[in-house]
Design a protein around this ligand. Sequence first.
Ligand code: NDP
Length: 483
Amino acid sequence: MITIENYINGELIPPSNNRYLDNYNPSEGKVYGKIPDSNEKDIAKAYSAAEKAFPIWSSSSVEFRSKILQRIADLILENLEDLALAESKDNGKPLSLATAVDIPRASSNFSFFAKAITQFSSESHENNSINTINFTLRQPLGVVGCISPWNLPLYLFTWKIAPALAAGNCVVAKPSEVTPYTAYLLAKICMEAGLPKGVLNIVHGLGASCGNAIVEHTNIKAISFTGGTKTGEHIARTAAPMFKKLSLELGGKNPNIIFSDCNYDKMLQVTIKSSFANQGQICLCGSRIFVEDKIYDQFKNDFLEKVKQLKVGNPLDKQTDLGALVSKEHLEKVDSYVKKAVEEGGVLLHGGKRIQIENFPEGYFYQPTVIEVESNNCTLNQQEVFGPVVSLMKFSTEEEAIQLANGTKYGLSASVWTSNIDRSMRLSQQLKTGIVWVNTWLNRDLRTPFGGTKSSGVGREGGLEALRFFTEPKNVCIQYSPE
Ligand code: NDP
């Protein structure tokens, strides 16, 4: 049984109330660890450690901060195997995915911002008619809060922490209570890397108590949050009267728009991934598949053929395509959406059931599920399921495809499959999303702005946008004498 502890002021310590929550292994459906059930007292402790560390960390040289972040990145890679195993055990995702994507990406987050901060510059504006020069001084905000979800645990946790630290802030961070393990291992790595005490504090616990205490803390200057839209709304309401800076990366209901002139084989192969990677639990998954009517029947057959070949199984097995869903509650939620889709007239083409895997009778495994729908207004096309469930629907014109794609409250990402460059440009302009992928999916360049529109969030992270978010721009105006 693993016991996870909070990382506060450079030490691993128990929660102030000494209470712990159960941590489940989703593929076994069994408790395998304990995590602190922290509350506002622990957040207050973490805040004062961060506040104390801030003057020295924020005034340390960029080279010093960069070196420490790079050391953390290197140590993540040195511990790749252990971290990937921990992520797979905690989250249920295939070990192969955690090894190839999640953990290397967590390391890249640190190495990217270790370098980016050395290149971060600000603007200056000279006006020689009045002999002034204005420049923008970008200073760290102080103590900031980072709250992340369970689907890409270390990947998204570090995506926030790395730029915050690079820019000179001190951090109070909370990973999801459902997947705390790799954040705990990251604390140990930070200790080994020589991160000064108090600069990063990781507090474990429930969103409603521990997470909320971060948002409610009057002196925490900014919140970078990734999670559900409902939680995002709550955070926005709580933080607004305190005028905190907010970056909210929320839910999605992303369209995958397939035109008959696309590179069919490539589209088919990538669409399998964009539908079911990480059990469909990626905010960027293309859960609404819109196919041009000319190739709809062919696509339906070929897609289903490939879906039937997907192997749901032991996350540690190399052949596994889909592991377990993250929790029993989530599995029940996914299943209820499938039932509702069928009640509303959707045609279940494949899947739709929890399955038992040999040697894992209590694991939270669910079949990859494909449902054909007739209307974009059905619940399945309007609400985020966040599981291995996609809908298929046909369209006949480009205008109709755009209308369908834009016809939800979400606006995170969209994929467009076409070989017509003019059409790809028209769609890129008209889709109301923060990201448009043309003939690809989840192709991430860390320099690019990342975020959503509408109910998918506000603000952008990624590249220099993240460094801008984590700094306060101060205009300094100097008048000089021309003599
Ligand atoms: P939640 O919103 O439930 O939780 C996200 C984080 O917020 C968790 O750490 C959670 O803690 C915490 N939290 C919950 N309630 C509060 C609160 N009142 N105050 C402060 N913190 C709180 O999301 P999930 O973890 O279920 O993640 C899935 C969601 O995340 C999906 O909607 C998905 O689309 C979205 N997501 C968005 C991404 C994007 O970039 N746009 C990327 C990845 C996911 P705890 O879990 O411990 O309760």
